[in-house]
Ligand binder design. Structure first.
Ligand code: FES
Length: 173
C-alpha cells in the first residue's frame, strides 16, 4: 500500500534532514526519556544547565520519532538555549513550537507535544534528582505536555494495554 506524503512545510523538511543538536550529550546535567502514547515513539532529551544561574547552556536530543518530531525537537533545542529554567518552562509550549516551525499537519501535533513534554520532564527531573523540592513555578500536577510524554515504563504499560484490547477485539470478531 502506498502512502500519501504528509504536507510538511520546507522548514520542517529542512530540520528533519539537517537537525540541530542531534545526538547523545555526554556531560548532560539532566536526561529525560519520554514516549508518546499516540504513536509509541520515544525521545531522549538532554540539558546542560549552569546550576548557579539556572540557565540552559545547551540542549540535545535523540529521537526515534517521525519527521515532525525530529524537526520540533531540533527547534526546541535551539529555542531553550540561554533561557533560565523558569523561562523555558513558561515560554516553550507545543503551540509556540508549532508556530515557530511554520505549522504542522494536525495529525502531527502530538509529535511536537512529545518534544515539549520531554523538555518539561527534563526540567522537572532536574529538581527531583537534586532533591530540593520543585520551585513554585513548577505545578505539582503534570502539565498537558508532560502527560502526553510518558516515561518509558508508563508508555510500555499503556502500549501493552492497548495491544491487549486490540487482541481481544480481534478474538471477538
Ligand atoms: S508519529 Fe510518533 S512522534 Fe510523530
Amino acid at each position: 500500500m502506498s502512502r500519501i506524503p504528509l504536507p510538511y512545510n520546507p522548514k520542517v523538511m529542512d530540520l528533519f534532514r539537517n537537525p540541530k543538536n542531534l545526538g547523545k550529550m555526554d556531560d548532560a546535567t539532566v536526561v529525560a526519556v519520554a514516549g508518546n502514547p499516540a504513536c509509541g515513539d520515544m525521545i531522549t532529551f538532554y540539558l546542560k544547565i549552569d546550576e548557579e544561574k539556572q540557565v540552559i547552556m545547551k540542549a540535545q536530543f535523540e529521537s526515534y520519532g517521525c519527521a515532525a518530531n525530529i524537526a520540533t525537537s531540533s527547534i526546541v533545542t535551539e529555542m531553550v538555549k540561554g533561557l533560565t529554567l523558569e523561562k523555558a518552562w513558561e515560554d516553550i509550549t507545543w503551540k509556540k513550537v508549532t508556530e515557530e516551525i511554520g505549522g504542522l499537519p494536525s495529525v502531527k501535533f502530538h509529535c511536537g507535544v512529545l518534544a515539549v513534554g520531554a523538555l518539561k520532564r527534563a526540567i522537572r527531573q532536574y529538581f527531583t534528582q537534586k532533591n530540593v523540592g520543585g520551585p513554585s513555578w513548577i505545578p505539582a500536577e503534570h502539565t498537558f505536555e508532560e502527560k502526553q510524554a510518558l516515561e518509558e515504563e508508563e508508555l510500555a504499560k499503556t502500549l501493552s494495554k492497548r495491544l491487549k484490547i486490540e487482541e481481544e477485539k480481534k478474538a471477538e470478531k
